[in-house]
Design a protein around this ligand. Structure first.
Ligand code: MG
Length: 159
């Protein structure tokens, strides 16, 4: 290993009734979902920003603008795969990622294993290099009032 880089990402989406909820590439059983131009997978969006940040490539909005019809309703797993491609074509591979999802409800802990395996497959790494953690905010703030979902992600890449 010659070199390592790290990056962080952060994203928030508002929640609204009657929309599908996708987190970490997994469909979550939920009465509310993220308001978004894409499928609203706020966890993948934060992860993409963390990976782009490793190489100072800007952010997800620069590469996949929400003003573009190309990305309307798009499966965020496609955006992640394209982001991994940008990393790979520059000679880097993913070392590990760590994601924290703040959501008051529904409780998503039981979906974490599926998120880890889904993300690991796209990132091209073993599942033990993909950490996903879920927390509430103890009913505090906009997350606590069930108005939104907030996600932080960190990534390390190496070559
Ligand atoms: Mg987003």
């Amino acid at each position: 290993m010659d070199d390592i880089r790290t990056g962080n990402g952060y994203d928030v989406h508002a929640l609204a009734e009657g929309l599908p909820l996708f987190l970490g590439g997994v469909r979550i059983e939920s009465p509310v979902g993220c308001v978004a131009h894409s499928d609203g997978d706020v966890a993948i969006h934060a992860l993409c920003d963390a990976l782009l940040g490793c190489l100072a490539l800007g952010d997800i909005g620069k590469h996949f603008p929400d003003s573009s019809d190309e990305f309307r309703g798009i499966d965020s797993k496609i955006l992640l795969a394209r982001t991994v491609g940008m990393i790979a074509e520059r000679g880097w591979r993913v070392g590990n990622v760590d994601i924290t999802i703040a959501l008051q409800k529904p409780r998503i802990g039981s979906y974490v294993p599926a998120m880890r395996s889904t993300l690991a497959a796209i990132l091209g790494v073993e599942e033990d290099r993909v950490s996903v953690k879920a927390t509430t905010t103890e009913k505090l703030g906009f997350v606590g009032r069930c108005e939104g979902c907030e996600v932080w992600a960190n990534a390390l890449i190496c070559k």
